[in-house]
Design a protein around this ligand. Structure first.
Ligand SMILES: *[C@@H]1O[C@H](CO)[C@@H](O)[C@H](O)[C@H]1NC(C)=O
Length: 461
């Protein structure tokens, strides 16, 4: 599930530095001085602050539509890592970067006393003339220059041979082998909710390869989709086991939200032997194990994504920082695997920040959720997840508002294993996914649909 707060955070993540990209070597960088750009609004060329390159720098982006425009000719289409040399002498700020008058990407400028380099995401230059605008946004910063470094070809992935559970069953192993085989070559289409999967099938004439549901409500639909040869993934909107406010503003069914309960996960994990709330956590895990066992008995492996979006803090399991939720993840892993014998699970972690990561020995796949418009490749987010899993874990886009366009995924080398689009108003709102783009995505050679994956379980067993 999305939230406005999450939208804001992911806008930043999308433009955040990519560790792996930053580490790669430059081939031939393009460099442009701000004082040579088209300067508009109240901006002017300044020279007071020492340390600039060229003959000056440009500031101060005082008005909302102040901008500078770089004109960038390119012989061919090419992907570049963008770096902006700026000075944040008025405090930390945000700027907008707009390529070829398209969507706006936000860039973060830390406070500084002199000129610094800010990583500003990736830009795809078209053959011919390009424009790159830096627009005020928060304003009150100065720009010295920009540098575009060709993004080198991605080195081969080095995905773990085996699942973390040494007793993983043949079905889980088959699914993992199937995902590994397609990783970097194809993306699996996916849809949240059975009715919306049916809607997609009606709309584009092809059904999603992956069905995502909530383990609390969607087991029957899951078994049905497994019967059609589909792949299942489940999240869990886990109501706090006790302490729900259950008021008009915070009804019981919002009980997975931090704001709907006073349940404290950190306190519940103290002194497990004598803590009634710890016992309640285990009771709930045991109850959900029954549902997962039904799917195991039906012969379906599961991409299991509990404790999702923990780092956002808007769900109670993430409300007390990283340590308690990491502990709860390990407890759940141990309980479901070793106590309940659930060997059909592939463990999908769903936060990006390394401080929240439960560890390579507890995670099979790393993932994130992103609600940004434009059907873009989400390459900044992808690169962060590659780094999180040391490129040894498959990376997935487990909830998106706008499905990524295959052409861009290939150009940006954003090798998401699968995408799942959330329900309305995302999948069926043209602002997020126009009928034409949805058709293009489902028709693409690069996208795997339900009809194209038939027999995967037998083939990889
Ligand atoms: C268990 O959690 C509830 C709800 O937050 C709280 O009121 C109660 O004091 C907790 N019990 C213990 C033993 O900590």
């Amino acid at each position: 599930m999305k939230s406005i707060l999450f939208l804001a955070q992911l806008a930043l993540v999308a433009a955040a530095p990519s560790g792996s990209a930053a580490k790669r070597k430059a081939c031939s960088a393009l460099h442009f001085e701000a004082e040579d750009a088209l300067i508009s609004g109240t901006n002017s060329v300044l020279t007071e602050l020492a340390g600039y390159s060229g003959t000056g720098y440009v500031g101060r982006f005082e008005a909302a539509d102040d901008r500078i425009r770089f004109e960038i000719p390119s012989e061919e289409q090419g992907l570049y890592d963008l770096t902006i040399t700026y000075a944040g002498i008025y405090g930390e700020k945000r700027a907008s970067v707009v390529l070829n008058s398209g969507a706006s990407e936000e860039v973060y400028f830390a406070q500084s006393t002199g000129f610094e380099d800010a990583p500003a995401g990736q830009v795809l230059l078209q053959a011919g003339d390009n424009t790159l605008d830096i627009v005020s946004n928060w304003g009150w910063y100065v720009i010295d220059s920009i540098t575009l470094t060709p993004t080198p070809a991605r080195p081969p992935h080095n995905i773990d041979e085996d699942l973390v559970n040494p007793a993983a069953n043949a079905n889980a192993k088959a699914l993992y082998a199937f995902l590994k085989d397609n990783y970097g070559k194809r993306i699996l289409s996916g849809q949240q909710d059975h009715d919306f999967a049916a809607w997609v099938e009606q709309q584009v004439g092809k059904a999603p390869a992956i069905y995502q549901g909530d383990i609390g409500t969607a087991v029957e639909e899951g078994i049905d989709y497994h019967g059609r040869g589909g792949i299942l993934t489940f999240c869990w909107h886990w109501n706090a086991p006790v302490g729900l406010y259950d008021t008009a503003e915070q009804p019981w069914w919002r009980g997975f939200y931090t704001e709907a309960t006073d349940f404290n996960i950190a306190a519940a994990l103290q002194n497990p032997e004598s803590n009634a709330n710890y016992t309640l956590l285990i009771r709930d895990i045991d109850a959900i194990a029954e549902e997962l066992l039904r799917l195991q008995d039906a012969g379906s492996p599961i991409l299991w994504r509990p404790l999702h979006e923990a780092e956002g803090g808007w769900f109670w399991w993430g409300a007390q920082g990283p340590e308690p939720v990491i502990e709860l993840w390990r407890i759940m892993y141990d309980r479901l695997t070793n106590h309940h014998g659930l060997n059909n699970l592939i463990w999908v972690w769903n936060s990006v920040d390394p401080a929240w990561y439960p560890g390579d020995e507890y995670v099979d796949i790393v993932s994130a959720d992103s609600y940004t418009q434009g059907n873009g490749p989400l390459s900044g987010l992808y690169n962060q997840l590659v780094d999180l899993g040391s490129d040894r874990k498959i990376v997935a886009a487990t909830e998106v508002g706008a499905a990524p366009r295959p052409e861009l995924l290939e150009l940006y080398q954003a090798h998401w294993s699968w995408f799942v689009v959330w329900t309305e108003p995302y999948i069926n709102d043209p602002v997020w996914n126009s009928p034409e783009i949805l058709q293009e995505i489902y028709d693409s050679e690069y996208t795997l649909t339900l009809d194209e994956i038939q027999g995967w379980l037998e083939q990889y067993s």
